[in-house]
Ligand binder design. Sequence first.
Ligand SMILES: *Cc1c(COP(=O)(O)O)cnc(C)c1O
Length: 463
Amino acid sequence: MAGWGRMCTPPEAAPTDEDMTGAPYRATLRCIRGCAGEHSLLTAIYRCPACNDLLEVAHDLDVLRTRSAGSWMRLFDERYKRTTWPYGSAVWGKKEWVCPDVADDNIVSMDEGGTNLFWAERFGREIGLGDLWVKLCGNSHTGSFKDLGMTVLVSIVREMMQRGAAIRAVACASTGDTSASLAAYAAAGGIPAIVILPRGKVSTAQLVQPLANGATVLALDTDFDGCMAIVKRLSTEEGIYLANSMNSVRLEGQKTVGIEIVQQFDWEVPDFVIIPGGNLGNVSALGAGFDMMEALGVTARRPRIVVAQAAAANPLYRAYRNDWAFEPIQAAPTQASAIQIGNPVSIDKAVHTLRRYDGIVEQASEAELADASARADRTGMYHCPHTGVALAVLVKLRARSVIASSDRVVVISTANGLKFTDFKLGYHQSTIAGLDPRIPNTPVELPNDYDAVRGAVAAVTGH
Ligand SMILES: *Cc1c(COP(=O)(O)O)cnc(C)c1O
């Protein structure tokens, strides 16, 4: 019975002997180029006032070090997927490492993270890899890994509003997963959300989530960049809080994906992590999570990080092949629509991460990403096109023996395949322009006749 009592108490309230009760955990925003000055996470500031470059969140590691690595691991394991609110969320279960500045009462959480990390045995065997794992981040509230960061951003907004900040609404320019996530978390928190989209360039599936959650959806006669320019102006002139990934507070939630993977392996670090990249905030966040574990003694080695890009939208791949000299490009259409970005906002952060994580960037053509996704589906998965890009890149690196047969590899699957029905259907019905699918599967249409069915079954089973 004593055990139950403990579990129902927030771990902070039940300090262990190693716990510094009421430790003043601190995180601030600072310039990625090192300009002087710190800014509270509870300020609406997105760029360095001195040099206009991006900001990043810096945690006070000395305070965090007052708890031992073992004690952090135990604390995170105790909280993991329990129902003690908000710590059962795998993002807020690591609150001290993520965003200590928000009162628990202001947290807007719908149980983020804690997604399945499964052994992809059959697909791995097909490519000569015995230790392949898929981290299914799309099994989340709005169906993509964007929820990991959005819970942090919206909670910060609620904390700011509660302290009297004049925020009229939260807004983003997006065509897909970011707008779905923003709309859901803002609705849960009772905060008005505005989603700005290019008119006629988004599908019903991409529109329906923000509409259903009651966001104000503004469809403009422009492209994504045009929408972005307008939302940036709203955020500087109108008291509207910006939810695009230029706002680095989201990355604090996103960074938990790497920590959670290591936690799920009983605090062991895999050899490779492969992640699809577009605006490149997430690869930077992945590195930040590994950095923090290393700095606090939880891990003693680093994985190699691989960014997978669609060949149609490959500015990071080009930079990688060119000594990291970056040039924005015009991204061409790709099935991997969430990473169709030619001028990634977090390019500098991403290069910094990849340099330190022995990084690799590889690309996949439309045919490669579609076939890799279909091939993995044949082994029981059901992947979004972005994960298809990551899998195609995995196949290439394994074929070249960059990845050895004994390596432990994790592929980060970023969205739920169920959000991309048009892609799946188009593949199997061979209706995607310019694509000749290798393993389409279509229904066999038959008359209402037993022998016809028997014949069709025999054609498959050989009897
Ligand atoms: C946002 C997103 C990505 C890419 O993340 P970046 O931080 O923009 O690189 C990949 N896959 C899906 C499904 C996404 O929604």
